[in-house]
Design a protein around this ligand. Sequence first.
Ligand code: XMP
Length: 490
Amino acid sequence: DGPFSEKLRVPEALTFDDVLLRPKESRVEPDDADVKSRVSKNVELNVPVLSAAMDTVTESEMAIEMARQGGLGVLHRNMEVDTMVDEIERVKRADELIIRDVVTANPEQTVREVDGMMARQGVSGAPVVDDDDEVLGIISGTDIRPYLEVGDKDEVREAMTDEVITATETVTAREALELMYEHKIERVPIVDEENHLTGLVTMQGVLQRREYGEAVRDEDGHLRVGVAVGPFETDRAVAADEAGADVLFIDCAHAHNLNVIDGAREIKESVDADVVVGNIGTREAAEDIVDFADGLKVGIGPGSICTTRVVSGSGMPQITAISQVADVATQHDVPVIADGGIRYSGDAIKSIAAGADAVMLGSYFAGTDEAPGRVITIEGKKYKQYRGMGSVGAMKSGDGSRYLKDDPQDEDEYVPEGVEAAKPYKGTLESELHQLVGGMQSGMGYVGAETIPAFKERSEFVRISPAGQQESHAHDVMITDEAPNYSPGE
Ligand code: XMP
């Protein structure tokens, strides 16, 4: 035997279709399975699912809806830093309990003017403030209506209600609602110690927040958001951190590159937000990163639009990759995110059994309304564009540094590691997530685990053959009605 033939005594590496969860005794009803988990040391999720940092998957619209539904959206980095800051702020402003851009009235305006202003701004009432923003009263459609009949030139000062119920910055949604019920009002101005207006809480706003009982919020009640940054983009990372990003994701195809680790370490030292480092796929990579990372992201080439493995000849089948990283991460209490290759809810819950705390998906969400881009029709069927961030198109429109070596001068010089594609149009993210999470809960039911930590411990795999794999899919039938959570090899 020589050194090269020795190399062929190879360890086996498995992926989703190689294994199944072994059914076990259970009293757990899927609906009772609790999917709460963590994405990083300090950030918990109600639903252990992330939308991928890709320019055809996650911008603010997706991130807002992901957080409302209990997961986390990770904004891609194919945008200027200023745009990224705007996007973070958009997520942070959505569903705010205290509105900051308050439409106000001035006591000297006429009721007619204020009536027109409120109609234009789409509000039904406004605090009345003087030039120093001191709250003098509040005016609503009900106050104005009688004046419009008789004297629409009267001043707001006459028409407004001058006994205003206010609250301070520390007000909670419950307290605000109680004030509104008690005083039969629909809005509560927020004031500082000198009675200056700092914001407004509205009944509509409180009720809207209630609709999203599972939403994931920061300490100030704002929706949480993740942001991708390059390993050498310390400036972008600092800007994202200052704008309020909750988790930064070092976005790199091979984070076990020692220069990347140096860059990631520098970023970690420069920000307050949690820093997740990835992607990696081996035990050794985890060991070199786990001491400073708040989370480890796993996936070398499993993605649906990835060609890394065929282009570079390198990669690691995802179930083995997750398990190797999780072996190390668990010892340090660092969460693991399984990124890429998840086609079905079964793949997602298998990832958790292999040791992940949360999963990241691109293709699964690319066809939803909330993903950027418009719906296109091909031969009568609706699609949305989906492309790898290492595809020529994505690299050309951004800086593509995740996959780029040197800045190419013309198209032939790109060596892409991804393709540009289309995904069938899927409707709302909410319904896609419902199927995904419902399927994951179902897996927890089969294994008999009521929580994610219990599931990680109790679940076991069996190895299956290609025949077993074939048996798993719908077979020997012609599907007549599309199921919402299953489309064989679309
Ligand atoms: P899915 O399977 O959910 O995978 O579509 C999404 C993940 O794929 C990674 N990604 C890429 N990998 N070339 C690659 O090798 C690419 O062009 C590319 N773009 C995205 C990324 O980790 C994403 O979350």
